[in-house]
Design a protein. Structure first.
Length: 626
């Protein structure tokens, strides 16, 4: 038997349109620094979603138990209502026991109302708890995944999963129990019809197979477009966030219209997925809409014939009509199925992130990091990103209490090298040792306390300027924070802010150089044996950098430091320079010695304001105090 065509003749089929577009249009233009893998199959996505939802049920089983109890009471009261109504009608006709019948009906109606209110309240509370649980787990895992996770799950994609995908399962408890209640109500109503007259239940049973078939058809058709709809929404969000970060470049380049087209490129696929979902809903919805009243007419008609033959009373006829209305209410299960399918897909998208294995895993049996001066050694370190080898069997030994400048052209692996020290990124091969201990064997919190970073673009973390500087040491008092700020030449502009160190970050306008100085203050406040400055002074003018470097002498005294350097002056102030070339260390020597090599001078040739032929004498620069 040929498969049924889901679309009417002579109309474009959304399923075919969607498939054709999926074959001919790229679903995503690859963005820099992203390695998002292929989307999970809809069936796998829903399977993982069900697994996560089951975990939520186990975690909040006490609340769900109360919600289930309220649902059971409501369903029982609803099933009892037609019986009490029928008795009241028969009592009116016979004139006997009318008061008791009316009181019983009122009690049942009141119980149903109270149970319904309790069910609504408990369902909302339980749903909010599940959403909060999912979002907390999602945020924690995103941060655990670190830089590699950012390449796999871009910012817009994470935002979509955190808001829409994690918010959808909030309705899951209420939907699940609503569906169970609808099934229980239908089953109870059919049993009640059979107790009134078995022929009424038989007539109703004739409509069950078509309804089940229609629901199965919907689940089969709508699973994939539901998943694709959420995925394409996430793509648009990712592109929009990327464009927002580069808004100045877009405006300056006059490419706003082109960027709008790039952001909205997945929109036709989003629309096609939505239309396919609506088509599946429409194909099933009209069938159920016709089936429900047809069944009701058939059952009530059969009850009328039985009343005429004297097999049922007038009260039983009213009760049969009421039970039939309750039974056909199962048609509303279709809307519940739609919502549950959406919950499964949303939970599955959350589970994708939760199931992602962090590239940096904590050691099973952490080794203590002994007290030491910060001796660092990299042995055969290889790091690959997106199929490209960034560090290639790199060897480097950094003597303790030494300031080392890491120099190289763009793409030579400078930032990747310093990222491996505190396991921001783990090497694919080789090892990194700090004071003779492999950093992979050290507990991550202990390792992160031993190594402090200052980056080119420090993150605005915390509520105030004080919080930002003290982010790694939240217990630091104001005097300690001010000393760290003075070390980074930041105290002056911070005290000029409206509320000084208490100024909210959102109300603290700062230039790139001022922001970098706050990042340096944050690193200076950390009591770390090894300090890493990853382009952390690139936005400072030469005079400010000199002041900051002189102030950092006290901080660097007795510590090992690595500075990713772009300027000859920065490299000259270090004890040694590690010159990187194509992912390997080409040479380790003082800056003045390397400056005689034309290849080394060429590294700085593109830097403005630094004549390539004018070396900065090393003796003129203040190095770390001995």
């Amino acid at each position: 038997m040929p498969a049924e065509n889901p679309c009417p003749p002579r109309t474009p089929c959304p399923l075919k349109t969607y498939a054709r577009r999926a074959r001919t249009e790229p679903t995503r233009v690859p963005e820099p620094e992203t390695e998002a893998g292929p989307p999970a199959a809809p069936a796998a996505l829903r399977r993982e979603g069900r697994r996560l939802l089951r975990a939520a049920v186990r975690r909040f089983r006490a609340l769900l138990g109360l919600l289930a109890a309220a649902t059971v009471v409501r369903v029982a009261a609803m099933l009892a209502t037609p019986v009490m109504l029928g008795r009241a009608i028969d009592a009116v006709r016979s004139g006997r026991g009318l008061g008791a019948a009316i009181a019983g009906l009122a009690l049942v109606l009141l119980t149903a109302a109270l149970a319904d209110a309790g069910e609504e309240l408990l369902g909302t509370y339980c749903g909010s708890r599940i959403t909060a649980w999912l979002r907390h787990r999602l945020v924690e895992r995103v941060l655990e995944l670190g830089v590699p996770g950012r390449r796999r799950f871009p910012a817009g994609d994470v935002l979509s999963r955190l808001t829409e995908s994690a918010g959808g399962p909030a309705a899951f408890p209420a939907l699940l129990l609503s569906g169970a209640a609808a099934l229980a109500t239908t089953a109870g109503a059919v049993v009640a019809l059979a107790l009134i007259d078995w022929t009424l239940a038989l007539v109703f049973a004739l409509g069950v197979p078509p309804a089940v078939l229609a629901l199965r058809m919907f689940v089969a058709k709508a699973g994939e477009p539901f998943a694709d709809y959420q995925r394409h929404q996430a793509e648009i969000g990712t592109r929009l966030l990327d464009a927002r970060q580069g808004a100045r470049t877009i405006r300056a380049s006059g490419t706003t219209a082109r960027e709008v087209r790039r952001i909205l490129r997945p929109l036709p696929l989003l629309g096609a997925a939505g239309r396919l979902t609506w088509d599946a809903q429409g194909q099933v919805g009209w069938r159920l809409s016709l089936l429900a009243p047809l069944l009701q007419i058939m059952v009530v008609g059969a009850a009328g014939f039985r009343l005429a033959s004297g097999d049922v009373t007038a009260g039983e006829l009213v009760a049969a009509a009421s039970y039939t209305a309750l039974a056909v209410g199962a048609a509303a299960l279709f809307d519940t199925f739609v919502a549950l399918l959406n919950c499964e897909v949303g939970a599955g998208r959350v589970a994708e992130v939760l199931d992602a294995v962090p590239a940096v895993r904590p050691p099973e049996r952490p080794a203590p990091l002994p007290e030491g001066p910060g001796a660092l050694r990299l042995r055969g370190v290889t790091v690959r990103v997106g199929g490209r080898t960034v560090l290639d069997r790199l060897d480097l030994a950094v003597p303790p209490r030494t300031a080392v400048a890491v120099v190289g052209t763009s793409g030579s692996g400078k930032s990747m090298l310093v990222a491996t020290i505190a396991r921001l990124v783990d090497p694919d091969e080789g090892s990194v040792e700090l004071d003779g201990v492999d950093v992979a064997d050290v507990a991550l919190p202990e390792l992160r306390r031993a190594v402090a970073y200052a980056f080119e673009r420090p993150a605005l973390l915390g509520a105030t300027v004080h919080d930002m500087i003290a982010y790694a040491r939240p217990g630091a008092d104001r005097a300690e924070v001010r000393r760290a700020a003075r070390t980074a030449a930041a105290d002056g502009f911070v005290r000029a802010l409206p509320a000084g160190y208490g100024t909210p970050l959102a109300e603290a306008p700062m230039s790139g150089g001022e922001l970098q100085r706050l990042g340096l203050a944050r690193a200076a406040l950390a009591d770390a044996r090894l300090l890493v400055l990853d382009d952390a002074t690139s936005s400072l003018d030469t005079a400010t950098e000199m002041r900051v470097t002189r102030a950092l002498r006290e901080v660097l005294a007795g510590r090992t430091s690595l500075v990713v350097a772009r300027r000859p002056a920065t490299a000259a102030r270090a004890d040694l320079v590690a010159w990187l070339d194509a992912g390997r260390v080409r040479a380790v020597a003082p800056h003045a010695e390397l400056w005689t090599d034309p290849g080394y001078r060429a590294v700085f040739a593109a830097e403005p304001g630094e004549p390539p032929g004018d070396p900065v004498p090393q003796a003129a620069a203040p190095g770390p105090a001995r």
